[in-house]
Design a protein around this ligand. Structure first.
Ligand code: F6P
Length: 327
């Protein structure tokens, strides 16, 4: 019989579509199990400041379809210090909160890990909320599917106008350290090339691909560039290519935070809902220090730090596929 009575939930780091669906599931599953739930606004920073409010079933009505996060988010430098974490602990003690569900990315998982190392009496479960898909222990993170669909549709639009003017477009997508968004968006939009942080960019090879396309009278070309690519962002890569390939009219589009917003896809809502409910189940079973994910349709538990440190690597054969298909 669990002695758990009060659970807190927060969203931290870059927001991701589906976080609201996850907050809803955590809240409703907790209430269903007789627990009290508290929403902590502005992530760990809000926790330090005691920005804590009880949530009821109707506090999370009508949010499943909304992007962003009703709990707001933040990146807290203070929480990376022992003093900051102590303040956070004191706030939890004051509110009587015994367990936390942290929805966020690798930085949030690391923070949560540090926190329970110092304060093991607080149970913590991490849920993967980031558009980057760069966490271990899950096939997909909450928000990834929505982000790639948003970016894919944007590139479909760009393709229309690129074709009308025979232009070469460099489209930058998010992913400071990870090329998952670029890879999926590039594959699904028929990009001529995809540049990702995980692979050294070969400008000569890129120019060869463009040259082949030019010779066979391609009317548009799209190069998807992850923001963290080693050759620089889309502007930088476009300038380098332009020097060598002046006959093509080049344009740059930075998709930026458009990819972070918007109504979550069905896939993200289901993922968020399953994980939110599973987090409460895990807490009731006395579990702590783990991140939950879904692998091959099954809920999977991974130690928080391992989930932050180990992510699936980009499948090189998928990058090769782009070369094959853009001949
Ligand atoms: O981690 C999610 C993410 O969207 C990255 O893809 C991107 O590099 C970063 O956040 C942008 O952060 P900010 O919103 O603080 O500019």
């Amino acid at each position: 019989m669990s002695t758990l009575k009060k659970v807190g939930v927060l969203t931290s780091g870059g927001d991701a579509p589906g976080m609201n669906a996850c907050i809803r599931a955590v809240t409703r599953a907790a209430i269903y199990n007789g627990l009290q739930v508290f929403g902590i606004r502005y992530g760990f920073q809000g926790l330090i400041q005691g920005d804590i409010h009880q949530l009821f079933a109707n506090s999370v009505s009508n949010i499943i379809q909304l992007g962003g996060t009703i709990l707001k988010s933040a990146r807290s430098a203070e929480f990376t210090t022992p003093e900051g974490r102590q303040k956070a602990y004191e706030q939890l003690q004051k509110a009587g909160i015994q367990a936390l569900v942290v929805i966020g990315g690798d930085g949030s998982y690391r923070g949560a890990h540090e926190f329970i190392t110092a304060y093991p009496d607080i149970q913590v479960i991490g849920l993967p909320g980031t558009i980057d898909n760069d966490l271990g222990g899950t096939d997909a993170t909450i928000g990834f599917d929505t982000a790639i669909n948003t970016a894919m549709r944007a590139i479909d639009n760009i393709r229309d106008t690129a074709d009308a003017f025979n232009r070469l477009f460099f489209v930058e997508v998010m992913g400071r350290d990870s090329g998952f968004i670029a890879l999926h968006v590039g594959l699904s939009s028929g990009a001529e090339a995809i540049l990702v942080p995980e692979e050294k960019t070969n400008l000569e090879a890129l120019i060869e691909i463009l040259d082949t396309g030019w010779k066979r009278h391609k009317t548009s070309s799209i190069i998807v560039v992850a923001e963290g690519d080693d050759a620089g962002g889309a502007f930088e890569v476009a300038a380098k290519v332009k020097q060598r390939f002046s006959h093509y009219e080049t344009k740059v589009a930075i998709l930026g935070h458009i990819q972070r917003g918007g109504s979550p896809t069905c896939q993200d809502r289901v993922l968020a809902t399953r994980l939110g409910a599973a987090a409460i189940e895990s807490l009731l079973q006395g579990k702590t220090g783990i991140a939950l994910g879904i692998c091959h349709h099954q809920i999977r538990e991974t130690e928080l730090l391992a989930a932050a440190q180990t992510r699936e690597s980009i499948n090189p054969s998928l990058l090769r596929l782009v070369d094959i298909l853009s001949v």
